[in-house]
Design a binder for this molecule. Sequence first.
Ligand SMILES: Nc1ncnc2c1ncn2[C@@H]1O[C@H](COP(=O)(O)OP(=O)(O)OP(=O)(O)O)[C@@H](O)[C@H]1O
Length: 451
Amino acid sequence: MTATDNTQASSTTVPADLLNLLDSFPDPKILLDRQYRIIAANAAYRREFDSGQPVEGLFCYALSHHYDKPCDQAGETCPLRGAMESGEPNRVLHVHHTSSGREHVEVEVVPVKDDAGAAIYYMETMHSLRRAREGNGDRILVGYSRPFNRMLELAKRVAARESSVLLLGESGTGKELVAQAIHDMSPRASAPFVALECSGLTETLFESEMFGYEKGAFTGAVGSKVGLVEAVRGGTLFLDEVGDIPMSLQVKLLRLMEAGTYRRIGGVEPLRADFRLVAATHRDLAAMVQDGTFRQDLYFRINVFPIQLPPLRERAEDIPMLVETLLSRLETGRRVTLSDEAMSLLMRHDFPGNVRELRNILERALIMLDGNVIQLQHLYLDTMKSAKQENPAAGSFDEIAPLENLEMRYLAWATEHFQGDRKTLAERLGISERTLYRKLRNFDSIPPEIK
Ligand SMILES: Nc1ncnc2c1ncn2[C@@H]1O[C@H](COP(=O)(O)OP(=O)(O)OP(=O)(O)O)[C@@H](O)[C@H]1O
């Protein structure tokens, strides 16, 4: 079979041996010129990404991003531009439009040089992250916004290494899910992922959980117990809320990290630890080091590769997709959607509790829902505290909403913010106290605590 049988090339003449080489790789690869034009694609590429149309002759930015200009001119990092400028390989994580929809794809561009060392083509290799996250639907990370993608790129990069990772972010941003994804994408993926929630652990509990114990090690130790460090052997140990570990325990963790050995409580034999550490916290560990509440040596030990998880309010464009995913996780039997007004309210909420809060809001809505469309009145938002700090009746409007809904939102805001009693509020609203009562009672979407 000739090279052109296997690899489709554009009219640009690419040497047959290069096309053969391209086709021999098991990974999806395309060949690009300096004008961002695809000049060849290998068989693996067609197997994985093919939409039935030849890609040769298309611009990579048009195909993968639906842009009309190169990625670097559209505010993205462009690995082709990076490789052209440096003459070196360049790797990024991009969100691509593929035949399976939008996907996170790791893209690496390598210059192909002639005998004189000048780059003549650029070879792009693509790895879809889809494969790394197949298996358990509940563990799939949803998000295509730039802040989320940047975070995922760091996670993907560090996954392949042994370095300790510190995940920083507000509660509910998905730190445990990202820790799990790092494990799934790492060479340790076939070994266990073990998580320990560190807040509230006493010294004894921490030690027995982490290191296990021998029979008779203390009163009540009727049998021996395998600790997490032993159970995780070869895998990834996730220490959640590592900032909550008291000083007395921090030294034990440090010793384990430094020596790489430990003993079961009551045991004499030193055992070898073999795990990769991923820790997470919502606290400012650097400030804790300054205050003297977190050991500096432990801080440096775990803070090798910090990754900041963006709060949901900084990636509002991910909300519709998260809503869809979370609803399908919560409600497997029927297909539930959100009305436009309900979605727009969520998009304006600032989610102090992040994705977990969104999940709770949807779970509550499903309890109240009789049909299949979640409306404004099904959304019990803490909102009424956050996004609703502003007076909903005074803001600028970008949608036509039923007056009844507006009245409901205004009353919710007024009830929460008015300092006086119900009688005075009714007077100020120009209605009788009884009418106010009736309206509030009718609006089951107003949280009970502010009725
Ligand atoms: N990007 C995401 N895609 C899908 N689900 C997500 C995402 N981020 C978080 N979740 C979901 O939100 C919930 C909270 O996530 P997780 O427990 O990982 O957050 P966390 O940052 O570890 O929270 P905490 O700091 O309170 O422990 C989980 O149900 C998780 O499945």
